[in-house]
Design a protein around this ligand. Structure first.
Ligand code: NAD
Length: 319
């Protein structure tokens, strides 16, 4: 029984799959060679992260495929309904990476609020001679404590982020299409758990009151932006936006226009329209700090994802 983990898999997950009797192939196969490789190697399971796609044509071309697993949350790179209609099981690992994404958001908020990323890129070239000038340039940082964060999409990651933000002394408000008044749990090492009710508000309240807005919604069914030109115009002047959910959830052109007009203060983006070839103009835009879709890329999250994959494969294959 062979599995192709085409975007890699953590060593612990690979070991767990091998213990179930699978051979796990991790050599990357180019997208256009995938069907050939799956058929010629008698592969019954395909595992992907974000890079590899499993569309209708691949599913049709590989009749012996029994499952497609996504190490991560969204399954927008898999034609999941179609696969299921052909008897191919599709699964993801929704809970494993929430904490890592929430920690990335916190690091992006800290970086954006102190100009860390920008300063860090100037220090090697200018820090020796222009130290005092750089010190002055980055002297207008802000603290997170006491600021309001509006979380849009209050599911697993949004809630995990709320616990970190509350721990930092931020005021947290949230908006979700399906609001829930379930409290957020803060685990304080050595002191047990504290439950906090986060106020669920409407989108206009998020836009008008937040100093930071972080998006944690899936790619919208109609592909539309959740923060477009109109929503950005309603934001507080100087707001810092963070998108670690999916490219296009913030309208990229509207974002650049708003930053250039001096309205949105800064943005931190981990996800982009057209990945893996994002708009280079966006990447070089002043006021935008970017990371290459690394929300779930921690050793801890990848280990949990690998083990969750092995558990799901065990269930699906009834082993
Ligand atoms: P989740 O399903 O637990 O939560 C999403 C929430 O968004 C739901 O409560 C849903 O009701 C809400 N929602 C959907 N559309 C909305 C809208 N238009 N307005 C308000 N609320 C809306 O999902 P999650 O696990 O928290 O993941 C959230 C996003 O993070 C997903 O898009 C996922 O793909 C992305 N993600 C990114 C990375 C990364 O590496 N950057 C890693 C993991 C997940």
């Amino acid at each position: 029984m062979k599995i192709l983990a085409n975007d890699g898999i953590d060593a612990g997950g690979k070991k767990a799959l091998e213990a179930l009797g699978f051979t796990v192939i991790t050599e990357k196969v180019a997208q256009d060679q995938l069907a050939n490789a799956i058929n010629s190697e008698n592969i019954i399971g395909l595992l992907v992260r974000s890079a590899t796609t499993a569309r209708k044509d691949l599913i049709d071309a590989c009749p012996n495929l029994k499952f497609i697993g996504r190490g991560g949350v969204g399954i927008d790179n898999i034609d999941a309904e179609y696969a299921r209609s052909k008897g191919v099981a599709v699964f993801n690992t929704p809970a494993s990476s929430s904490q890592s994404v929430a920690e990335l958001v916190m690091s992006l908020m800290f970086a954006a609020s102190r100009g860390i990323y920008d300063a860090g890129t100037h220090m090697p070239s200018k820090g020796g001679e222009e130290f005092e000038a750089l010190k002055k340039k980055y002297a207008k940082g802000i603290e997170l404590r006491g600021k309001t964060i509006g979380i849009v999409g209050f599911g697993r990651i949004g809630r995990s982020l709320a616990s970190y933000a509350l721990g930092c002394g931020m005021k947290v408000i949230a908006f979700d299409m399906f609001p829930s008044d379930a409290p957020v749990t803060l685990h304080i090492e050595g002191h047990g758990a504290v439950e906090v009710k986060v106020p669920m508000v409407d989108m206009d309240t998020i836009l008008s009151q937040s100093d930071f807005i972080s998006l944690h919604v899936p790619k919208q069914a109609n592909g539309a932006a959740v923060l477009g030109e109109q929503e950005l115009a309603k934001c507080k002047k100087g707001v810092i936006l963070i998108n670690t959910s999916r490219g296009g959830v913030i309208d990229e052109s509207a974002l650049m226009n708003s930053i250039n007009a001096g309205h949105v203060g800064a943005a931190a983006l981990d996800v982009f329209v057209g990945e893996p070839k994002p708009n280079v103009q966006l990447l070089s835009q002043k006021g935008i700090l970017s990371t290459p879709h690394i929300g779930a890329s921690t050793n801890e999250a990848q280990e949990r994802i690998g083990l969750e994959i092995a558990e799901r494969v065990k269930e699906i294959m009834k082993l």
